[in-house]
Write a new protein. Structure first.
Lengths: 115, 109
């Protein structure tokens, strides 16, 4: 089966610019996650979708980050405006069920550098 | 906030040796998972252990869970150079995962 797809793989922008990341989960997976992973740290959950509804976005900086999952499939994560501290790898993952009982499948990530 | 903390932060061993890394967490959980991350394959799920289980095996991997001490250990036996990676524990109490800080394992050929 095809894995989780993400694009772009790399992005370099200047601070105060905007950027968007795209994720296509594994077919049939109802749950989609966006994580931020800063160099040397573990992934931090930003937002979790169940189909096209938000389950958790408690750690999403809502003044600058937004995410949507239209039709319960693909998802986009946007940052506007970007700050230097947003430099990180943004990982998308999907799983077949929510509630933490099943493994997550991760995409390759998008490495964002904000200068 | 990160719930799990892996120990040690870094580990270097010779090929063929066993590697043990530990994860401690703060609150009660439903299950705990271990993931591996390397530059070639990204973040990959290794094994899941539920809160009512004490030990699980998968190939060369052995995971233990001690809920009374809020800790888990991952043992990799007969390590290979390909095991060089960062290893993360991820805990779940309700519906979301919280990842630890990771152990960087280097296996020397």
């Amino acid at each position: 089966e095809a894995g989780v797809a993400q694009s772009p793989r790399y992005k370099i922008i200047e601070k105060r610019q905007s950027v968007a990341f795209w994720c296509n989960p594994i077919s049939g997976h109802a749950t989609l996650y966006w994580y931020q992973q800063i160099l040397g740290q573990g992934p931090k959950l930003l937002i979790q979708f169940q189909n096209n509804g938000v389950v958790d976005d408690s750690q999403l900086p809502k003044d600058r980050f937004s995410a949507e999952r239209l039709k319960g499939v693909d998802s986009t994560l946007k940052i506007q405006p970007a700050k230097l501290e947003d430099s990180a790898v943004y990982l998308c993952a999907s799983s077949s069920l929510a509630f933490g009982h099943y493994e997550q499948y991760f995409g390759p990530g998008t490495r964002l550098t904000v200068t | 906030s990160q719930q799990g903390e892996e120990d040690p932060q870094a580990l270097s061993i010779q090929e063929g040796e066993n590697a043990t890394m530990n994860c401690s967490y703060k609150t009660s959980i439903n299950n705990l998972q271990w993931y591996r991350q390397n530059s070639g394959r990204g973040l990959v799920h290794l094994i899941l252990i539920r809160s009512n289980e004490r030990e699980k095996h998968s190939g060369r991997l052995r995971v233990t869970l001690d809920t009374s001490k809020k800790s888990s250990s991952l043992l990799i036996t007969a390590s290979r150079a390909a095991d060089t990676a960062s290893y993360f524990c991820a805990t779940s109490r309700t519906y979301k995962y919280i990842f630890g800080t990771g152990t960087r394992l280097k296996v020397l050929a």
